[in-house]
Structures are given as structure tokens and as C-alpha cells.
Design a binder for this molecule. Structure first.
Ligand SMILES: O=C(O)CCC(=O)C(=O)O
Length: 282
């Protein structure tokens, strides 16, 4: 039985939700799917361009520096941890990757507005009039990356996590200084859906639940959640956008089946401590 309250909107209806980000933040709803946020044909073009031009992107492997080894990887540099890069990416390298990522990303959408322009507009439409933009590094005045592209090849999966798990990482220091730590939203669009599997599975288990299963070493018992807790699957096709309370709801991407790689593009979003401004990053 679904337990999460997830709106399902057309792009035409989506623009009539002036304070939707706050509604998700404040637990009025858990998330929203916008069906056909970008036309599937536009995403097909982006997927083909990605196959061809993947070397144009700064890239973070998750397991191995050699991207010819099949593994989950991220195009663009992300603030989230990676097994090979360790827990804390170098901020300077991260900031330097932003402009090359944006240039390569805009090339995926050669006609009209692509994902970066559209998501910026939609987040502003949903901001309740709050200033909304990409987080700026307070030390240098340079922007964080507005999004990254997540690539999950056949046979691979994204393990269980929640966005708030990452707040303890060193690179989150500047974000933590300004953001309300109680919630963080996740947003992403599907560029290429897999043949089967590769679904976003959201567990009915909250980061803030004092009863969530823990191991003796003090870390979360993710296996206990995956094997024992109720969950629901969010079905998404190429072009759909999903925005949800991914800061607190534990979620994962199930193993990709078949021969088609799963590709998504997105990031994270938070409200300042006084809730008067919205920042996003990836
Ligand atoms: O891009 C995706 O498909 C996964 C997104 C995700 O796991 C997250 O935003 O935390």
C-alpha cells in the first residue's frame, strides 16, 4: 500500500503550484512527479549525445578510475561520497568542474531550453517567491554545480541512502552553515530509462525515526531496511521529473536489468534556516 503522498502532474498543471517546494519541505506532501517535464524525444537525443560525447564531461567513478570498468558513475563532480574519491572531494577541483560540466550539458540539448534552464525556471515557479538559485561558494563567490548526471549501467544499482546522510561530510560545511538541516529535497529527470529494473524504491523509513535499525558499530543497518521495511516504487519514463523529500526518506535504485544503461540528471535543494531563500546544488 502506498504510504507516501506523491502528486502526479502534467507540465501544464505543474506551473500552478506556487509553493510546492515548501509543501514538500514542511511534510505537506512527500513529492511530485511531472510527467513529460521534457519531451521523451528530446531526452532520446540527449541520451544519444551522451553515449557519443561522454568524454567531454568531468566525471566521478564510484568504484574505479577506469570508466571502461562497468560501474555507477557521475558525470560532473558531485558533493556526495565515492568509494574511490573518499568522503570529501576537493572543493577547488569540484568548483573547477562546474563550467566544463555546464558547457557539456548544454550541448546535450542543442535546440531550445534544456534541463538546466527548465529546472531553474520550475524551481522558481515553485519557490513561493523566495529567491532561488545555485549555491554560491562563500569563499570564492563561484557557483556549485546545478546538477550532475547519474549513470547506472546494466547489472549495477545505487545503494540505499537518504540525502541527510551526507550532511556530516566535510564538504557540506558551508551548506550546513546556511541551510535548515531538517530536510533536503532531491530532484531528477530520467534521460534514459532501462529496459527493466533500475527503479527508484522509496522505503517508509525516515532519517529522523529514532527506531530505525542500527548496527552495533553505530551505522545504519541498510540491509534490515531493504529486506524488512515496507516501500513503494516510483515508476518513471524518459522525460519525467521527480522531486521528493529524499533528505529524510531512505531510497535506492534497484539493479538495472537488460542491456540499456539508466541515465538521470538532477541535484539537491534546501531552505535557509530562516526559510527565506532556496539554494540548490549537486
Ligand atoms: O538520480 C537518481 O536516479 C537517483 C537520485 C537519488 O538517489 C537522490 O537524489 O538521492
Amino acid at each position: 500500500m502506498p504510504k507516501l503522498d506523491i502528486l502526479d502532474l502534467s507540465p501544464a498543471d505543474a506551473v500552478h503550484q506556487p509553493d510546492l517546494l515548501w509543501q514538500i519541505f514542511a511534510r505537506g506532501v512527500d513529492g511530485v512527479v511531472v510527467r513529460g517535464f521534457l519531451p521523451p524525444l528530446v531526452m532520446d537525443g540527449a541520451a544519444a549525445a551522451l553515449e557519443r560525447d561522454v568524454r567531454d564531461f568531468p566525471c566521478t567513478g564510484s568504484e574505479n578510475e577506469d570508466l571502461d570498468v562497468e560501474q555507477v558513475h557521475v558525470l560532473g563532480m558531485t558533493v556526495t561520497p565515492s568509494r574511490i574519491r573518499g568522503k570529501v572531494p576537493y572543493l577547488e577541483r569540484y568548483l573547477q568542474s562546474v563550467a566544463p560540466f555546464e558547457t557539456a550539458c548544454r550541448r546535450l540539448f542543442p535546440e531550445g531550453d534544456g534541463f538546466l534552464e527548465r529546472i531553474e525556471r520550475l524551481l522558481r515557479d515553485w519557490s513561493g517567491g523566495r529567491p532561488t538559485g545555485v549555491f554560491i561558494d562563500p569563499g570564492s563567490g563561484r557557483p556549485y554545480t546545478p546538477s550532475t548526471i547519474r549513470v547506472v549501467p546494466p547489472g549495477c544499482e545505487m545503494p540505499l541512502h537518504s540525502g541527510l546522510d551526507f550532511l556530516s561530510l566535510g564538504i557540506y560545511g558551508d551548506l550546513n552553515a546556511v541551510l535548515d538541516p531538517r530536510e533536503q529535497l532531491s530532484f531528477f529527470s530520467v534521460i534514459q530509462a532501462p529496459d527493466a529494473g533500475g527503479e527508484l524504491v522509496v522505503y517508509h523509513t525516515d532519517f529522523w525515526d529514532p527506531e530505525k535499525p542500527m548496527q552495533d558499530n553505530g551505522y545504519l543497518d541498510g540491509d534490515a531496511i531493504v529486506n524488512g521495511h515496507t516501500h513503494e516504487t516510483v515508476h518513471l519514463s524518459a522525460g519525467d521529473l521527480f522531486v521528493f523529500a529524499g533528505g529524510r526518506w531512505y531510497h535506492r535504485v534497484s539493479p538495472v536489468e537488460g542491456t540499456t544503461t539508466r541515465r538521470t540528471i538532477g541535484g539537491f535543494l534546501g531552505f535557509t534556516k530562516s526559510h527565506d531563500r532556496i539554494w540548490y546544488w549537486s
